[in-house]
Design a protein around this ligand. Structure first.
Ligand code: XMP
Length: 509
């Protein structure tokens, strides 16, 4: 490890990655590891501090995740959060009891004499989400915060550097939570804060240069944030030894293919290949309306097109992948069910005998964006909203035809233009148009029309696992609707999707 590092030991809570991100925001590198990680491995790694996350269980459940209590006597400071706090109490002989479920904001009285709460007011707004709570701390601990429901909302053993909080300092609802975490990192663990994006980028470029040497590298460019940042980082390191293959499957948004091509060819000295494979993809998709079948076809075809191109290039050694840290984390909780199959170029490296170059595998999404800016990528590209690999095919409900794709592209472009004009781009996480397979009767001038319905979808979310529909002001929706029915032939009705996720998903297919 080059940087001082804090371990987030994952007991399956919902905020695990958020804790790790908060630590990094404070300038300290963090890693998330499962509670199944052996003690010897943790000991060897030389962490500056350890944070136990929350988790959904009770410490008394046999099946709930536990950990050998020797971790508390390594001399490494530990902060337990929620379940992690209860676990620490339980491991050391304190008393944990089942209480009434407490969920939401509450006021805690905190002891400013504690390192965690130094300099803070005696009353702190905290976010609670728990059932069990600590009734009596273990010997040697003192209580440092309490709420009306929870007599031991925080406890500590200063000498042993063991700290625990029942509430969640990592969520914004705990208004001074970031400071509490900083106190733990800097005052208790003695971190200096050496995690800086500028030095990460510099180090990564140097490492890639060393890894690749004089060999050749291939990158499948989708135009998305991750693959673009990864490609640019590799381009900085090895220049024309990098070949980027950009497969235009004909399912991109309006002008998108041209924009990606222009950005890369004008700004970087790399070998850029754009494959115009629209006919190939549309041919395969003809008559297919099942969403999963569409995804499968596009995923397979993508790999085939990519392989065909790569085979023309001769000897290649490395494949760049835009894998990011959330893909790498082996979570303490069970894997979430696969609701929609996402495609990438996963099968390729073995088939083509390629080694992987994954320059972003240590970064969270927000850090990828910062790395992108550091590398000089344009702001719009770095803040580009997510776009599914199967592209507009999953926004074309039912059959995917050239005519319907054109209608969708125009409607989508209008929606995006109006959102940008209203200055809402950064407030909405993802927004797009969908062409439904429904046609309905309308009237235009004196004539009857029988045309498609366009649905507008816009959501706010932090993690894309859950999402709320965006409250776009009605006059902006009115302007979008008006423009779409007037400017896009084949559409006579526009609806706005007001469903959150769950129960709906963000995409319609
Ligand atoms: P859903 O629709 O599952 O989407 O709520 C969550 C996020 O994932 C994106 N998405 C995909 N991305 N391939 C991708 O690369 C896919 O097949 C795919 N399906 C959904 C979606 O746009 C949203 O950001």
């Amino acid at each position: 490890m080059n940087n001082e590092t804090v371990l987030v030991l994952d007991f399956g809570g919902q905020y695990n990655q958020l804790i790790a991100r908060r630590v990094r925001e404070a300038g300290v590198y963090s890693v998330v590891k499962s509670y199944k990680t052996p003690l010897a491995e943790i000991q060897e790694a030389g962490y500056k501090g350890i944070i136990f996350t929350g988790g959904p269980n009770s410490v008394y459940d046999e099946a709930s995740p536990h950990y050998p209590k020797e971790i508390l006597s390594l001399g490494v400071p530990v902060l337990g959060i929620c379940y992690g706090a209860q676990l620490m109490a339980w491991m050391l002989g304190g008393q944990v009891v089942s209480a009434e479920r407490e969920y939401g904001s509450t006021t805690a009285s905190v002891d400013a004499g504690s390192a965690l709460f130094r300099g803070l007011d005696a009353e702190q707004q905290c976010w609670m989400s728990h059932t069990d709570c600590i009734a009596a701390p273990p010997e040697g601990f003192r209580i440092t915060a309490a709420t009306p429901h929870c007599p031991c909302a925080a406890m500590e053993n200063e000498e042993k550097k063991l700290y625990a909080v029942q509430f969640h300092p990592e969520v914004n609802h705990t208004t001074r939570g970031a400071e509490m975490l900083r106190h733990f990192l800097f005052d208790v663990c003695g971190c200096k804060g050496d995690w800086q994006m500028s030095s990460f980028v510099e180090d990564s470029v140097a490492k890639i240069r060393e890894q690749i040497g004089s060999r050749r590298v291939l990158c499948a460019l989708s135009g998305g944030v991750d693959s673009s940042v990864a490609a640019v980082m590799v381009a900085k390191a090895v220049g024309r030894q990098l070949t980027c293959i950009f497969v235009d499957h004909g399912l991109l948004r309006k002008d998108e293919g041209d924009m990606v091509e222009k950005m890369f060819t004008e700004n970087y000295d790399i070998h850029f290949i754009r494959v115009n494979a629209q006919d190939r993809f549309l041919g395969k998709l003809a008559g297919v309306s099942d969403p999963e079948a569409k995804r499968k076809i596009i995923g397979e075809e993508f790999i085939r097109v990519f392989e065909d191109e790569a085979n023309k290039l001769g000897e290649i050694d490395y494949l760049v992948q835009g894998t990011i840290y959330p893909d790498v984390i082996e979570s303490g909780s069970d894997k979430a069910a696969v609701i929609k199959s996402h495609h990438n170029v996963g099968g390729l490296p073995e088939r083509m005998n390629l080694r992987l170059c994954e320059p972003l595998r240590d970064l969270f999404k927000d850090e990828v964006r910062r790395a992108g800016l550091e590398l000089g990528l344009p702001y719009d590209m770095v803040w580009r909203q997510p776009f599914p690999g199967p592209g507009l095919a999953v926004r074309c409900i039912g059959a995917v035809t050239r005519e319907r794709l054109d209608i969708l592209r125009e409607a989508d472009a209008i929606f995006r233009e109006e959102v940008a004009k209203a200055g809402l781009e950064r407030d909405i996480s993802q927004y797009f148009a969908v062409i439904t397979d429904m046609r309905s009767v309308g009237v235009m001038g004196d004539s009857r029309t029988y045309d498609y319905t366009i649905a507008l979808r816009a959501v706010t979310t932090t993690d894309f696992m859950t999402a709320d529909w965006a409250r776009i002001p009605l006059d902006i929706l009115a302007a979008v609707s008006n423009r779409i029915v007037n400017e896009v032939q084949g559409v006579n009705r526009v609806v706005y999707d007001i469903t959150s996720k769950p129960p709906a998903t963000i995409e319609w297919e």
